[in-house]
Design a protein around this ligand. Structure first.
Ligand code: FAD
Ligand code: 2HG
Ligand code: ZN
Length: 515
C-alpha cells in the first residue's frame, strides 16, 4: 500500500623515491589537470613492447587485452573527466593467478601498472598519470562463499557493491557500507580507498568490517589472508596495510567482509533548518534520543539542494526550498512501530524547540529513495554546473561549516560558488567549489583555494582527505595531515612491498621534493 509523504510543519519557524617512486621523466607526463607532482626524478621504467603485449595475451586471452585507442579512453579517463592518462594497454584478468602472472611480468620488466575498479574515485587514483598499464578487475566478480550463520561474505574484488548488496539482502544481511557510486564501484576499490559512505556512523570503517584479504604483491606473490575469522591475533594484522592504500602496495583480488543483519525497519526523515548551529543541536539531540537505532546522519546546505533540484529533474523536492540547511536522519531497527513512534516524538520535540523548521518522514520505499536521491545526487549535479574543485575534509564539528563560509567570502570575487554537504555523523564535510557555466579550470580560482584550504584544515588538526584518499590530487599536501616521520615510515613500507615502484606510481606519497 502506498501512503503519502507525511509532512511535518513547525508551529514556529525557525614514491617514494630511493628504492621506488616517481621515476618517469617530466617530459613524459600526462595532460592531467593537476600536474604538481610532475617534478619526477629520472626515468627507470621500461617502454611497453609488442613482446609484452604478446606475453599478456597468453596470460589473459586476446579478448581481455585492450589496445584499441577508442576502447582505452574509458580506462584512461576518470569519473569526473578531470584526469586523463595515456595508457596504451588495459588488461582484464579473470583470476588471481592471472593477476599474479601480470604483476610478476611487470615487476620483472619494470612496467608501471594502475589497478582499476569501477573507476569512480574522485582524486584521480584509478587512471594512469602517463602510459601505465591499466589492470581492470571487473571480470573478477564472483561471490565465493557466504556464511549465513556467522554473517560474512567472501568474494572477488571486482564485485560491484550494489550487486553484493542485493545478494546479501536476499539472505537477510546488509553490506556494511553504502555510497552514491554503488552501481559502479567495486568492493576491491572500496577497500583500496577505505571508502566511508552513508552508513559509516552505524557500521564503522572497513578497517573493522574487512575480516580477510587476498592481495597480489608487486612481484606477483599471492598473500592469502582470505579467512573470515572474527578474531585472530597472530602477529601483525597485515591486511590493514592494504585497506586505504589506493593500489600502491598490492592488488586486492579477494575479500571476506563481516555483514550486519539487514534491518527490518528503516525510517527516514528529511529536515529543513535555519542555521548550522541548529544542525549541530539537532544532531546532538538525535544521538541522545535515537542513538541506538540511528544509522545515518547526513547534511546538505541550500546551495546543494538547489543544484540537485535544478539538474536532476524528476520528482518534486520532498521539502519546499527555503531552509538554509537540510538533514537526513535514518533509523534502522527491528520494530517499525517502536522506531516510528521514536522518530515522530523526536521530530515533535526538535520542532517545538525551534531547531527544525520543516520536516518530512518517508512513508514508503519510493519516498525514501526520493529523499536519498537528493543527497546522493549532489555530486552529479555539481558536474553539470561547471568546473568543480573538490575537497573532502574532516574537522571538528563546531567548525565544519565555517570552512564553507570562509571559502565563500574568499572566492566571491572570482565568481566561484561554494556548496557544503556530507556525513555529519562522521565529522566529514564535502566542500565543493564550482564556477557556473565555466567548465575549464581557472588557475586564479585554484590559487585562491590552495594551499589556503589545506592550511586552514591543518591548523585545526583536521584531515585533508577524510574518505576519498590522496590519489594524484593530494600527495603534495600529505604533510598537512601527517608528520614527516609518518611519511618516512610510509615510504619505507612502500619500498619494502614495491621496491621497483611499479604499483600505481605518482599516487599517495609525495615526491621527495614536496616532503
Ligand atoms: P576506482 O575508482 O577504480 O579506484 C580507486 C583507487 O583504488 C585507485 O587508486 C585504484 O588504483 C585503487 N583500486 C581499485 N581497485 C583496486 C584493487 N582491486 N586493488 C588495489 N587497488 C585498487 N567515496 C566514499 O568514501 N564515500 C562516499 O560516500 C562516496 N560517494 C561517491 C559518490 C559518487 C557519485 C562518486 C562518483 C564517488 C563517490 N565516492 C565515495 C568515491 C568512490 O566511489 C570510492 O572511492 C570508491 O570506493 C571507489 O571504488 P572503485 O571501484 O570505483 O575504485
Ligand atoms: C558523497 O558523500 C561522496 O556524496 C562524494 O563522497 C562527495 O562529490 C563529493 O564531493
Ligand atoms: Zn562522502
Amino acid at each position: 500500500m502506498r501512503r503519502t509523504l507525511r509532512k511535518l510543519s513547525s508551529s514556529r519557524s525557525a614514491a617514494t623515491s630511493g628504492a621506488c617512486g616517481y621515476l618517469r621523466p617530466a617530459c613524459r607526463r600526462s595532460t592531467s589537470v593537476d600536474t604538481r607532482v610532475s617534478a619526477a626524478p629520472a626515468a627507470a621504467y621500461s617502454e611497453l613492447t609488442e613482446l609484452d603485449v604478446q606475453h599478456f595475451t597468453t596470460v589473459v586471452g586476446g579478448s581481455n587485452v585492450i589496445t584499441d585507442e577508442a576502447a582505452l579512453e574509458h580506462y584512461n579517463t576518470d569519473w569526473m573527466r578531470k584526469y586523463r592518462g595515456k595508457s596504451r594497454l588495459a588488461l582484464r584478468p579473470g583470476s588471481t593467478t592471472e593477476v599474479s602472472r601480470i604483476l610478476a611480468h611487470c615487476n620483472e620488466r619494470r612496467l608501471p601498472i594502475v589497478p582499476q575498479g569501477g573507476n569512480t574515485g574522485l582524486v584521480g587514483g584509478s587512471v594512469p598519470v602517463d602510459d601505465e598499464v591499466v589492470l581492470s578487475l571487473g571480470r573478477m566478480n564472483r561471490v565465493l562463499a557466504m556464511d549465513e550463520h556467522a554473517g560474512n561474505l567472501v568474494c572477488e574484488a571486482g564485485c560491484v557493491l550494489e550487486t553484493l548488496q542485493e545478494y546479501v539482502w536476499k539472505r537477510g544481511y546488509t553490506m556494511p557500507l553504502d555510497l552514491g557510486a554503488k552501481g559502479s564501484c567495486q568492493i576491491g576499490g572500496n577497500i583500496a580507498t577505505n571508502a566511508g559512505g552513508l552508513r559509516f556512523l552505524r557500521y564503522g570503517s572497513l578497517h573493522g568490517s574487512v575480516l580477510g584479504l587476498e592481495v597480489v604483491l608487486a612481484d606477483g606473490t599471492v598473500l592469502d589472508n582470505l579467512t573470515a575469522l572474527r578474531k585472530d591475533n597472530t602477529g601483525y594484522d597485515l591486511k590493514q596495510l592494504f585497506i586505504g592504500s589506493e593500489g600502491t602496495l598490492g592488488v586486492v583480488t579477494g575479500c571476506a567482509i563481516a555483514l550486519p543483519r539487514a534491518p527490518t525497519s528503516v525510517q527516514l526523515a528529511f529536515l529543513g533548518l535555519s542555521s548550522f548551529d541548529a544542525v549541530l543541536a539537532c544532531f546532538g539531540a538525535a544521538k541522545r534520543d535515537l542513538g541506538e537505532v540511528l544509522s545515518a546522519v547526513e547534511f546538505l546546505d541550500a546551495e546543494s539542494y538547489e543544484l540537485v533540484n535544478r539538474h536532476l529533474g524528476g520528482r518534486p523536492p520532498p521539502l519546499a526550498p527555503g531552509s538554509r540547511h537540510y538533514m537526513l536522519l535514518e533509523l534502522s531497527g527491528s520494530r517499525a512501530e517502536h522506531d516510528q513512534a521514536k522518530l515522530s516524538g523526536f521530530l515533535e520535540h526538535v520542532m517545538a524547540e525551534g531547531l527544525v523548521a520543516d520536516g518530512t518522514i518517508a512513508q514508503d520505499q519510493a519516498q525514501s529513495q526520493g529523499i536519498w536521491r537528493v543527497r546522493e545526487g549532489i555530486t552529479s549535479a555539481l558536474g553539470k554546473e561547471g568546473a568543480v574543485y573538490k575537497y573532502d575534509v574532516s574537522i571538528p564539528l563546531a567548525e565544519l561549516y565555517t570552512l564553507c563560509e570562509v571559502m565563500r567570502a574568499r572566492l566571491e570575487a572570482h565568481g566561484a560558488l561554494v556548496t557544503g554537504f556530507g556525513h555529519l555523523g562522521d565529522g566529514n564535510l564535502h566542500l565543493n567549489i564550482y564556477t557556473p557555466g565555466r567548465f575549464n579550470k581557472d588557475p586564479a580560482v585554484l590559487a585562491a583555494i590552495e594551499p589556503f584550504v589545506y592550511e586552514w584544515i591543518a591548523e585545526r588538526r583536521g584531515s585533508i582527505s577524510a574518505e576519498h584518499g590522496l590519489g594524484v590530487m593530494k600527495p603534495a599536501f600529505l604533510r598537512m595531515s601527517k608528520s614527516e616521520s609518518m611519511i618516512e615510515l610510509m615510504r619505507g613500507i612502500k619500498g619494502l612491498l614495491d621496491p621497483k615502484g611499479i604499483l600505481n606510481p605518482y599516487k599517495v606519497l609525495p615526491p621527495l621534493s614536496h616532503s
